[in-house]
Design a protein around this ligand. Structure first.
Ligand code: SF4
Length: 180
């Protein structure tokens, strides 16, 4: 592990994430199959948000962009649900994850202005996305998810030796930061 990765992991752990680990950049395989899952539109965001497919760009573009980065970290926020229907826990854990993720993006950008953050879930900066009628309101702040880029998140975690499953009734949100 390089010094930068270790320092970043410590910084992430101190920023409110439950877990952080080194991202294996060889695990960044951008898969058309993941895009196909997006197109089924279970999350009701496909073709509805600038940061989701198809607007967020092609698999090929994602792979080319990611290839510019030499290292990165994975960050996770884990919640413990009372049962499978504990929507409150799911929402609270997701909110906490996204707030901590955005906050660390801002901190890291000061040292790594060219970094590439990949989040969890669609961009929710605006109450209603402007897609497709007018340009994104916050192009410098809106972030696509790992899935939107075409990554199979559990495989990326597995190949990075970072757990993905934290036990019965757990919910884990996973994101990553790519750096040069
Ligand atoms: S910042 Fe607003 S307009 Fe841009 S992708 Fe996010 S929700 Fe849509």
């Amino acid at each position: 592990m390089c010094y930068d990765s270790q320092a970043l992991i410590e910084e992430a752990e101190g920023s409110g994430f439950s877990h952080a680990g080194v991202l294996n950049t060889a695990a960044l395989i951008f898969m058309p199959e993941v895009r196909e899952m997006c197109s089924v539109d279970r999350c009701r965001q496909y073709n509805r948000n600038w940061r989701c497919p198809p607007a967020c760009g092609s698999i090929e573009d994602a792979a080319a962009r990611a290839s510019e980065y030499s290292f990165g970290i994975i960050v996770q926020t884990v919640g413990q649900m009372e049962d499978d229907f504990d929507i409150e826990c799911i929402e609270e854990t997701g909110k906490k994850h996204n707030e901590n993720f955005a906050s660390l993006v801002e901190k890291l950008k000061k040292r790594h202005p060219d970094m590439l953050p990949m989040g969890a879930g669609t961009c929710r900066l605006c109450e209603e996305c402007t897609y497709p009628n007018s340009a994104c309101r916050h192009p410098d702040k809106s972030i696509s998810s790992m899935e939107a880029y075409g990554l199979w998140v559990s495989k990326v975690c597995e190949q990075s030796n970072v757990p993905y499953y934290y036990g019965k009734n757990s919910i884990a949100y996973t994101s990553c930061y790519l750096l040069k």
